[in-house]
Design a protein around this ligand. Structure first.
Ligand code: HEM
Length: 402
């Protein structure tokens, strides 16, 4: 390691070195300081072992989800008066009923129905890519899939995709570097969903998730506006760059590991197992918790209000929990990864995310079975709350006809 940063006391998850290679930093921390601390971004703790991450994720008494952003909120209380991002950003009892309200939309049956549409969309995207010599498959493919799916589920215009992507990047990826841009994105997003809600109230409800939320009641009362807007915004934020990062990492891996690509072409039935290993090995999502009361956690003096980063990606590389944790094993059998989190906040959209990843990879390989990184251009990765490739320039070596 070249830099002089002491990662156990001054880690910075937006540091270029952390973004490029968090893995060796976590390895180092696990051996010396399994729960690290930094003063950066108003301070936080960073657990890096499977045991500590999952234990904290399940301990809702000491670790609250009232703010899950890895950088401090823009407003006191996270702006909850305008925008309450349930169920991810709330504790029980609000968590319990808002999560229950969302789950039917992500059931295996609901996701099966979405698969047809997702596959057709992936094929359309591949029609634009296959047959060419080069492409940026992060921008032209992986980024294009989840926003289209979630926009369709929410019943909002799919031609808003680029704006959605812009908001999500401003709110997550660039949150630390550009607080003003983050604030504007939140305001625009609330305004957009405010208009969508008003339109349904005036013109009648339809068969979409925003209408479903408007039909929900708790203790005989409809959900308040800040809850509806927050839940819509969350679905957009939670569903877009997470899955796009998952698809992108998988394609980057297949561009750089010919033997794994060939294995998937020869044994397509391996794909669901491979998706789990992509999720473990390239876990995109780190969430935060807020300490609810002063207490000592494994020797660390935690104070009420402290931020804790739930490094699910680090837990997934812990050699105590996974054999050959730093090896990508495409047919790994025992894979109890926590890429989707653990405890009551475990990802509500995991069925959807898995389907999108599986279909995206399948359709890509069907049309472009041979490709490699175009080393005349730069591969770029985003870090922070959601890690994944943002540019994957490739040379297309072989394309199949439709
Ligand atoms: C590869 C893609 C995805 C990954 C890695 C991922 C990861 C996660 C993680 C780690 C959590 C736990 C948060 C916490 O503990 O604070 C979570 C929660 C959540 N995710 Fe996902 N997610 C993905 C895709 C999606 C999609 C496509 C949707 C739906 C549009 C979605 C909706 C949600 C929701 C609603 C929650 C909150 C659940 C709760 O608080 O009870 N996610 N996700």
């Amino acid at each position: 390691m070249t830099s002089k940063i002491d990662w156990s006391t001054e880690y910075d998850i937006f540091d270029p070195q952390y973004i490029a290679d968090p893995f060796s930093i976590w390895d180092q921390l696990r051996g010396t300081c399994p729960v690290a601390h930094t003063d950066k971004y108003k301070g936080s703790w960073l657990p890096t072992t499977y045991e500590t991450v999952t234990e904290m994720a399940r301990d809702i008494e000491h670790f609250s989800s009232r703010n899950v952003s890895v950088v401090p909120p823009l407003m006191e209380g996270g702006g909850a008066a305008m925008f309450l991002p349930a169920p991810i950003g709330v504790d029980p009892p609000v968590h319990t009923y808002t999560r229950r309200a969302l789950l039917p939309s992500f059931s295996p049956r609901a996701v099966d129905e979405l698969e047809v549409f997702t596959r057709a969309w992936c094929r359309e995207l591949m029609d634009r890519i296959a047959g060419r010599d080069t492409a940026d498959i992060a921008v032209e493919y992986s980024q294009q899939i989840p926003a289209q799916v979630i926009a369709t589920m929410l019943g909002v215009p799919t031609n808003m995709k680029d704006r959605f992507t812009g908001w999500v990047r401003a709110i997550l990826e660039n949150a630390a570097a550009d607080p003003e841009g983050r604030k504007n994105a939140v305001i625009e997003l609330i305004q957009f969903f405010g208009e969508q809600v008003a339109d349904r109230r005036t013109n009648g409800l339809g068969d979409d998730m925003i209408s479903d939320l408007l039909r929900q009641e708790h203790e005989g009362e409809p959900y308040p506006e800040n809850l509806i807007l927050g839940m819509c915004g969350l679905l957009l934020i939670a569903g877009v760059d997470t899955t796009w990062s998952g698809i992108g990492s998988a394609l980057w891996h297949l561009a750089t590991h010919k033997e794994d690509r060939q294995r998937l072409l020869d044994e397509p039935e391996l794909l669901p197992t491979a998706v789990e290993e992509f999720l473990r090995f390239y876990s995109p999502v780190t969430m935060a918790r807020i300490v609810t009361k002063d207490h000592e956690y494994r020797g660390c003096p935690m104070h009420e209000g402290d931020r804790v980063l739930m490094a699910f990606p680090a837990a997934n590389r812990d050699p105590e929990a996974f054999e050959d944790a730093d090896k990508f094993i495409i047919d790994r059998e025992n894979n109890r990864h926590v890429a989707f989190g653990a405890g009551i906040h475990r990802c509500a959209g995991s069925n959807l995310a898995r389907m999108e990843m599986r279909v995206a990879i399948e359709e890509f390989l069907a049309r472009v079975p041979e490709f490699e990184i175009d080393d005349t251009k730069e591969v770029t990765w985003a870090g922070g709350q959601v890690r994944g490739p943002r540019n994957i320039p490739v040379r297309i070596l072989r394309s199949n006809p439709k």
